[in-house]
Design a protein. Structure first.
Length: 417
């Protein structure tokens, strides 16, 4: 009965109730959306590289080394000489290495110089290997393998001819027109920065920057330096020993970082922004709840007659109080469902746009952990905010108790009982 009365009462005020539901839905959409993006961003950064023990680059900031070598964000302060790379790669503790050379681009997408070990040893996600969606990896200089998003966005297929440019901007006035590349393969989608990268051989980069040296064969195109390299060790026990060896390398200033440690620094930097967004969106939700409270309080004067009728029918003040609380919970419940629906629709229809524009893979919405606590907190705040109109209704119900009729005078002037 209580639920039925609350539903009919809300329906009689459906205009103002609808506005409250929409404000709560939008607030929860923003709050849950920010939380979902936070989780997905962390997952995307974490899944970008797995199975790598160390990343080696020129000495500088650990976070900067991680960003430019794995996420193609920013630039290196210095390069690593080829001699140092070979010496460190030949260490008995090293199982494999992946050389990385950056500095060129194609229509805003980064060009990565590497070798066959990249396709053999690079892992992402849950130790997943790179796979080709079409064609094959490069075998000769001036061949390029495209990331999935590069090929899809620029509509390239194996056999296409492209020209790369010096620098990392979307517009460049230093194109290597004399050395066009041929697309030999396209990688399958990974949801990582690999999708927004063009992969060429180290020899190709040496060729377009220095030209054919001496003998004019691809074997003579040995690079003078690289930007960084990824290391896989024979045993995790060797990690700190090899890291110390790199950090104290006498030939040049080098640095080795653990990807997990660098990611922890990244979360620490992003933590302030995360908390700021969370606080702002929480305040938006609280404002929506206060709006609902104001609406319910404003309706109390109009509902005096309704409350009086309920009291005349035998409803207790506690029943009236619970009815107001139930109305607030129903408004919030509908707002939560509508907010979740908006979030599901946004992820379904906007996930592709986020992947194209920002390279951010957004997975399915899961109401777990912190997101579940947000929903529970929304209902708790609702109950607290509804106390004010609930107490007001309780007091009105006490004043609305039907008074006993006073005895009337008879014809003789005497009062009748």
């Amino acid at each position: 009965m209580l639920l039925e009365l609350a539903g009919k009462s809300l329906w009689n005020r459906r205009g103002s109730v609808l506005l409250c539901v929409l404000s709560i839905a939008i607030s929860l959409f923003v709050l849950l959306g920010i939380e979902h993006l936070r989780q997905q961003t962390k997952a995307n950064f974490t899944r970008a590289v797995s199975g790598a023990d160390l990343i080696v680059g020129a000495r500088g900031g650990e976070l900067n080394l991680l960003l430019y070598s794995i996420f193609r964000i920013g630039d290196a302060s210095n390069n690593i000489s080829w001699n140092s790379y070979q010496a460190l790669a030949g260490n008995p503790a090293v199982a494999w290495t992946i050389p990385l050379a950056l500095g060129d681009s194609h229509r805003g997408y980064r060009v990565l110089g590497t070798d066959a070990s990249y396709f053999e040893h690079y892992r992402y996600g849950q130790q997943q290997a790179l796979e080709l969606a079409a064609g094959s990896i490069f075998q000769e200089p001036l061949e390029v393998v495209l990331g999935h998003e590069v090929a899809r966005k620029l509509d390239y297929q194996p056999g296409a001819r492209i020209v790369i440019a010096h620098g990392t901007g979307s517009t460049s006035f230093s194109n290597h027109d004399q050395h066009p590349f041929t697309v030999t393969g396209i990688l399958a989608a990974t949801g990582t920065p690999v999708d927004q990268t063009l992969h060429v051989s180290l020899e190709s980069l040496e060729l377009i920057h220095q030209g054919w040296p001496g003998s004019g064969t691809s074997d003579s195109l040995q690079p003078a330096s690289i930007t960084a390299f990824i290391v896989g060790l024979t045993s995790r026990i060797q990690t700190f020993r090899f890291q110390r060896q790199v950090n104290t390398w006498s030939d040049e200033a080098l640095m080795a970082v653990l990807p997990g440690v660098a990611l922890t620094q990244l979360w620490r930097v992003m933590g302030v922004v995360e908390q700021s967004l969370f606080i702002i969106s929480s305040l938006v939700l609280v404002a929506a709840m206060l709006g609902m409270t104001t609406m319910m309080l404003a309706s109390m004067r109009e509902r005096r007659g309704e409350i009086a009728v309920l009291r005349a029918m035998g409803a207790s003040p506690g029943f009236i109080f619970l009815g107001v609380q139930l109305e607030a919970v129903i408004i919030t419940a509908v707002g939560v469902l509508l907010g979740l629906g908006l979030l599901l629709a946004a992820v379904a229809f906007g996930g592709e746009l986020l992947l194209e524009q920002f390279g951010l893979y957004v997975g399915a919405v899961e109401l777990t952990g912190r997101a579940g606590l947000i929903v529970v907190a929304a209902f708790l705040v609702t109950i607290l905010c509804a106390l004010v109109p609930g107490i007001s209704a309780y007091r009105i119900s006490l004043q609305s108790w039907p008074a006993m009729p006073e005895p009337a005078d008879n014809a003789d002037g005497q009062r009748t009982s």
